[in-house]
Design a protein around this ligand. Structure first.
Ligand code: PLP
Length: 389
């Protein structure tokens, strides 16, 4: 049954977003009429598929301020991040270098666990950049790290739990000053805040279509011209040998259309989403005494509301609302795993704040009515639990 049929309020837009129907139309076209293999150079069906992939590249490039030739299609951010990190490290190793990576403590597991696996294999040295209680990075400390001669810097554009937005222009500038390649995981920021890949001097940027109303299982790595990378996958030598495998044309066409629409509609949509988030925050703060709002309230994603209700375990709230409301205890990838969020721990939040943490994510399909209903439901649920305790 769909969320609509179940009358379920969906407020988990950080995990994934519904695919825009205009995007889905394009995906359907690529699966049926435009079904060619983009590498089939011997006939017009292949040519049409290649043209469609080129058009998609143009839309991605326009949205992030890159050149179309900088774009490598992947299965999503996880693969993009692995290609960026492992590909860079392998190249350095081939030159006899033992690489040193610096990364923020609040990176997504796709970055963190890739780096930790390489460290465990004895292939890299790691430095973790700490954050403050709002998940902000200390730029002076980051500069010190760059000055100490690291080989790769990884900082996300926006955090997937508490929504804190990072000053990527400034961070890229520091990295460039010291000649350090910079990977920016922009999975949560693309289509929500402006990104200028070339102007800011970012070396590599990862994105996933399903975070901004595109299909799941497709994304891209944007790579600055001349940055050396070794591939993860070998095969037919597609995409200049950096990512072999037949292009996922339906996904790519969908990704391109999602980017085209974001470029046109992002500003207006995000303003409206921000107003709804502020309304929800106000309602919840009124209804729930002691409610804590986490993250950097001056600088967070418009659709992010990360709250804690100290003394009320998040699992107790989720268990009671899950059939009416989709919210989350943290990132989709780690929910279900019984460990406290590494992001909230890095922010040094109190145990009760961590245990009572709930991530609420709004998107462009969220309605005013849903905000009122969600506030009512969460407020009543917390009162019921408090009455039992
Ligand atoms: N990075 C961030 C910040 C994310 O939020 C996610 C997904 O939750 C990923 C990377 C991984 O994206 P995907 O699962 O589409 O590969």
């Amino acid at each position: 049954m769909t969320a609509k049929e179940q009358r379920l309020i969906y407020l988990d837009y950080h995990a994934t977003t519904p695919c825009d129907r205009r995007v889905a139309q394009k995906v359907l076209w690529a699966m049926t009429d435009g079904f060619g293999n983009a590498s089939s150079t011997d006939h017009a069906i292949g040519d049409a598929a290649e043209d469609a992939a080129k058009e998609a590249k143009g839309h991605i490039a326009d949205l992030v301020g890159a050149a179309p030739r900088d774009i490598i299609f992947t299965s999503g951010s996880t693969e993009s991040i692995n290609l960026a990190i492992q590909g860079t490290i392998q190249h350095l190793e081939n030159k006899g270098i033992h690489p040193h990576i610096a990364l923020s403590a609040v990176e997504h597991k796709a970055v963190l666990d890739t780096c930790l696996a390489l460290e465990e294999q004895g292939r890299v040295k790691l430095s973790i950049l700490p954050v403050d209680a709002q998940a902000r990075i200390d730029l002076a400390q980051l500069e010190q790290g760059c000055a100490s001669g690291i080989h790769l810097l990884c900082v996300m554009a926006a955090n997937n739990e508490v929504g804190t937005i990072y000053p990527i222009d400034k961070i890229a500038h520091v990295a460039q000053t010291y000649g350090v390649p910079f990977l920016c995981d922009a999975s949560q920021a693309i289509g929500k805040v402006p990104i200028h890949f070339q102007d800011w001097g970012i070396t590599m940027l990862s994105l996933s279509a399903h975070k901004f109303y595109g299909p799941q299982g497709v994304g891209a790595l944007v790579v600055k011209r001349g940055h050396p990378l070794e591939p993860l996958l070998y095969g037919g030598g597609h995409q200049r040998g950096l990512r072999s495998g037949t292009l996922n044309l339906p996904g790519i066409v969908g990704l391109g259309e999602a980017c085209r629409l974001r470029a046109l509609e992002m500003e207006e949509d995000e303003r409206a989403i921000g107003e709804k988030r502020d309304r929800l925050q106000k309602l919840l703060t009124e209804k729930i005494p002691g409610l804590v709002v986490n993250g950097d309230q001056e600088n967070r994603l418009a659709g992010n509301l990360h709250i804690s209700i100290p003394g009320i375990p998040n699992g107790a709230v989720i268990a009671r609302v899950r059939h009416q409301l989709a919210i989350s205890t943290g990132s989709a990838c780690s929910s279900g795993v019984e460990t406290a969020s590494h992001v909230l721990k890095a922010m040094a939040l109190g145990e009760e704040v961590i245990e009572g943490a709930l991530r609420i994510g709004l998107g462009k399909y969220t309605t005013d009515g849903e905000i009122e209903d969600a506030a009512e439901l969460i407020g009543n649920t917390v009162s019921q639990i408090r009455a039992l305790l």
